[in-house]
Ligand binder design. Structure first.
Ligand code: DOR
Length: 444
């Protein structure tokens, strides 16, 4: 883990912590148990643990005690757009959302396409409330023209590469990148958007875009790139992770590719299983996002993909934007919406899935894709068992709350869920043994 993490160093770690009265949920199943954490490590998982002298005791009654969540898709905006978010504010929002690790997207200014830029993020993330892993750019400046120094970045621990915000338009360049990625043992994460089809579209192309008179992006703008990259993954053996899939056609392509054994994985974002293109009817740019909100049928398909395992992860695409930009007219405002503090609750509220499945989609499955899990030498998404690093979320699946944009930790306010009552609340978050969120309040 030498270079790649921002895990707090040992002196920051508290002595003993007991999480009392919860139900432990991890890959092995669920059971009623207290959890004792000592010096950053899970020391005991059993019913009726007696806290040692001076121990911090947190109530987990009615809650699930799970491995901390891992977000594959967070825009932290630093460097370059600190008025929208910083590593500090974004990781605070992450911790409040139950995340102990986030993958920072490289579409910063400048882009994260060099060893220096990656080291800068690691430095900014020292002492942050969540570990920050970096997704490096596939191409220099995310310009889609020549490959970034992927080997140098991989040597710093970068395991995911993406030009997110844009897809790699050239199939030839993508194939070459996949060949390098295979040699380096890293994964390419694709933002599937064919510019020649999407160009100028500010929402989904369909009945609503016609009615509103707004230019649309057709579903095929996403699907042709999914199909292309499946073909390239099949040909090269390189691993492709599909970011924020949003259409029925895309998830169907991935379902069939996986059945064939093509090495692809996929994530979906909460807004794509909770909102549709009809939300644009009032021209409120808070509902503008890329890929755009789609139809009811697409939402149903995305939910089905989460249910049948075609989608491996729920990823937020947390995309803060400052009000002076996000309040521009719909066609001019930047795409993107906040996600870190609402993801768990949206999943519990809107998905007809057992909460244990939701936790898998938020925790160990994305941890494996990001290679932040124990199998890759990481400390996230692992079982809640003695000897394991104490990166944990304590979540109440029955608590309800109302989304108040002003109360969010992000520097930005662009949540489309303002005023919505949601079920499912993050109560405590434990990072390397330290309770960084207690009773839904960040501790520093
Ligand atoms: O809506 C989006 N916003 N989609 C993206 O791919 C990029 C993101 C951003 O950076 O704002």
């Amino acid at each position: 883990m030498a270079d790649r993490s921002s895990v707090p160093s040992a002196p920051d770690r508290p002595g003993e912590l007991v999480l009392r009265g919860g139900t432990v949920v991890d890959r092995t199943g669920s059971r009623r148990a207290d959890v004792r954490v000592v010096e950053g490590t899970v020391a005991e998982v059993a019913e009726g643990i007696a806290p040692g002298p001076g121990a911090t005791v947190l109530d987990a009654g009615g809650c699930l005690v799970t491995p901390g969540f891992v977000d594959l898709h967070t825009h932290l905006r630093e460097p370059g757009r600190e008025e929208a978010e910083t590593v500090e504010t974004g990781t605070r929002a992450a911790a409040l959302g139950g995340y102990t690790a986030v993958v920072a997207m490289p579409n910063t200014e400048p882009a994260l396409d060099s060893a220096e830029s990656v080291r800068n993020i690691y430095a900014l993330a020292q002492g942050a409330l969540a570990e920050v892993a970096v997704a490096g750019a596939i191409t220099v400046g995310r310009a889609g023209e020549r490959l970034a120094p992927m080997a140098e970045l991989a040597a710093l621990g970068v395991r995911l590469f993406t030009d997110d915000g844009d897809g790699v338009q050239s199939a030839g360049l993508m194939r070459r990148a996949l060949q390098y990625a295979t040699d380096l043992g890293v994964t390419l994460a694709q933002h599937c958007e064919d510019k020649s089809l999407a160009a100028g579209g500010v929402m989904h192309e369909g009945a609503w875009s016609s009615r509103l008179g707004l230019p649309g992006q057709p579903a095929e703008a996403e699907e042709v790139m999914v199909a292309r990259d499946i073909a390239l993954a099949r040909a090269t053996g390189g691993r492709v992770h599909f970011l924020h899939l949003s259409t029925a056609g895309s998830v169907d392509l991935v379902r069939r590719a996986r059945a064939e054994g093509v090495p692809v994985t996929a994530e979906v974002a909460p807004h794509h299983f909770t909102l549709t293109d009809a939300c644009a009817c009032g021209f409120d740019p808070v509902f503008k996002v890329n890929p755009p909100l789609r139809t009811d049928a697409d939402v149903a398909a995305v939910k089905a993909a989460l249910a049948d395992g075609t989608a491996d992860a729920i990823a937020t695409d947390h995309a803060p934007h400052a009000p002076e930009l996000k309040d521009l007219p719909f066609d001019q405002a930047p795409p993107g919406m906040l996600g870190l503090q609402t993801a768990f609750a949206l999943a519990v509220t809107e998905l007809d899935l057992p909460v244990e499945r939701i936790v898998a989609l938020l925790s160990w499955q994305p941890a494996a894709i990001a290679r932040l899990d124990a199998a890759s030498g990481g400390v996230h998404g692992g079982d809640v068992a003695p000897g394991r690093p104490a990166n944990l979320a304590v979540v109440d699946p029955a608590a309800t709350w109302v989304v108040d944009p002003a109360a969010l930790a992000s520097r930005s306010r662009n949540t489309p869920y303002a005023g919505r009552t949601l079920t499912g609340r993050v109560r405590h978050t434990v990072l390397a043994g330290e309770p960084v969120v207690v009773d839904a309040e960040a501790q520093r």
